[in-house]
Write a protein that binds this ligand. Structure first.
Ligand code: NAG
Ligand code: NAG
Length: 499
């Protein structure tokens, strides 16, 4: 038995090895859909049921997108017993009926409230009504709660104040006895990444995303995160901003508890195809929740073929649950009219000794990007000391087998179930309902591996052209037999097992 003498190491081992949160949910990041980014308050029973149908028909449920999450604007105040009432114009059969329908179809039901007197759209909030509202959610057989931060009556401004306000709902949900995924939406206020894992399955770590790859916006205000006066995380935050924000604490994610980079904007129209691919792949590699934010009723083929790529989703659903980290940032590159221009290399451990490497180009021109194995495996030992550096690695391009537009279109156009089934059969598309990602990876299912494009030999350099505003996403796999054993860190199972 190894004795760890360093008290700090033991403390982080504790948080890594034992789920701080143990409702048993979110062992990989949650996937699904939420209406807010595209539809805001335009919610109804028929929207949820229509969306559920598309999730199933487009093959998205069977890639893991199983939470249908209703956002704000669903309630009609409280009844005389203090319990929330659904708006019966929007939800004529009530909430339990929606849950039943989703459950019958192999989906899960998410709802929304705010840790404030009002929700953000000024409906009734749950502050000081945690017990009543948790009871309602459980009685409706809700599976997930997104819990916002508006109208919090000033109960914020220190980590403990925010922690306690959010813990009240965590305790209330727990007391119902129903496992309910708890998704904190406090915009990263009061350092939620430092306490979120103790009382939630995921916590938002920034102001709201908007449909822009890199454009800075004054409403996404806090650029200096160390500034204690930076109390308004705002909204209108770009993909690049959120990635830079999370980069310094991305490793707080762990199975059961994830940094939430906010819902996806893929398919909303504000980014190019390459930007959306980069956005989606980064969210997957960093282990953010993957919640589609587009209106599925008007989804086009290119959008479907981004979000249905099983080789990218396998990064998110990797059983190790270790987020990719930013190992390199270069700001000395051509800048756009907003003064934005930088490149990143992100790298992360995957199950079975694999490694994900992302070359992200947010410079204002196409670039040739390079990264040596010594940087890719920096977490396994500095200065090229990691054993992985003196090993040969096959390189797989995870976008190479993206579904063709015409195939995605024929899925969206299929007139009936038989026609759709025929397309999925012909393509032999991955189905995670049949084969969970952990099993597919164990079996080295080629549909999760992308396409082999080369090998980086021991001591070598991974190099690729990367278009302006795009990302290359690679899986590295041992080219010759067993990959080298990873250097033990406090997050490693080997150590956990030895204790
Ligand atoms: C995936 O597999 C399940 C279980 O066999 C099946 O019911 C479902 O129709 C499949 N999905 C697709 C899109 O083929
Ligand atoms: C409630 O919390 C306890 C102790 O943390 C845990 O063992 C249990 O699984 C939780 N139950 C639910 C329904 O979340």
């Amino acid at each position: 038995m190894k004795v760890i003498r360093n008290a700090c190491a033991v403390a982080s081992l504790w948080t890594a090895g034992v789920h701080a949160v143990n409702n048993g949910l979110g062992l990989t990041p949650q996937m699904g859909w939420n209406n807010w980014n595209s539809l805001f308050c335009d919610v109804s029973e028929s929207l949820l049921l229509d969306t559920a149908e598309i999730l199933i028909e487009a093959g998205l449920r069977d890639l893991g997108y199983n939470y249908v999450v209703l956002d704000d604007c669903w309630s009609d105040g409280r009844d005389e017993t203090g319990h929330l009432r659904p708006d019966l114009e929007k939800f004529p059969n009530g909430m339990k009926s929606v849950a039943d329908h989703l459950h019958r179809n192999g989906l899960l039901f998410g709802m929304y409230s705010s840790a404030g007197e009002l929700t953000c759209a000024r409906y009734e909030g749950s502050l000081d009504y945690e017990k009543e509202d948790a009871e309602s959610f459980a009685s409706w057989e809700v599976d997930y709660l997104k819990y916002d931060n508006c109208y919090n009556m000033g109960r914020m401004g220190s980590p403990l104040t925010s922690f306690n306000r959010y813990k009240a709902m965590w305790d209330a949900l727990n007391a119902t006895g129903r496992p309910i995924f708890y998704s904190l939406c406090n915009w990263g206020e009061d350092y939620s990444h430092s306490w979120g894992a103790s009382i939630s399955n995921s916590w938002r770590m920034s102001g709201d995303i908007y449909d822009s790859f890199a454009r800075p916006d004054p409403i996404c205000s806090c650029t200096n995160f160390d500034n204690p006066l930076c109390v308004s995380p705002g909204s209108q935050c770009s993909v690049l901003f959120i990635l830079n924000r999370v980069a310094t604490f991305v490793d707080k994610s762990q199975p059961g508890a994830w940094n939430d980079l906010d819902m996806l904007e893929v398919g909303q129209g504000g980014m190019t195809d390459e930007e959306y691919k980069a956005h989606f792949a980064m969210w997957a590699a960093v282990k953010s929740p993957l919640l589609l934010g587009n209106d599925l009723r008007v989804m086009d083929a290119k959008t479907l073929s981004i979000v249905n790529n099983p080789a990218i989703i396998a990064l998110s659903q990797d059983p190790m649950g270790e987020p990719a980290v930013r190992v390199y940032r270069n700001e000395n590159v051509p800048k756009d009219e907003y003064g934005i221009g930088e490149t990143h290399v992100w790298s992360g451990r995957l199950a079975l000794g694999d490694q994900v490497v992302i070359l992200l180009n947010v410079a204002d021109e196409d670039l040739q990007m390079k990264v040596p194995l010594s940087e890719i495996f920096i977490r396994d030992g500095p200065g090229g000391s990691a054993p992985q550096v003196s090993h040969d690695w096959d390189v797989y391009d995870l976008w190479a087998n993206r579904m063709a537009d015409s195939d995605a279109q024929s899925i969206l156009d299929a007139k009936n179930e038989a026609a759709r089934e025929a397309v999925f059969k012909r393509l032999n598309w991955y189905n995670s309902t049949e084969t969970a990602y952990a099993d597919g990876l164990q079996k080295q299912d080629s549909r999760l591996m992308g396409k082999k494009i080369g090998t980086v030999n021991a001591g070598g350099v991974l190099e690729s052209s990367v278009e302006r505003h795009s990302a290359k996403v690679f899986r590295l796999r041992s080219a010759n037999g067993e990959p080298p054993k990873r250097k033990a860190t406090v997050k490693d199972k080997e150590i956990k097992d030895e204790l």
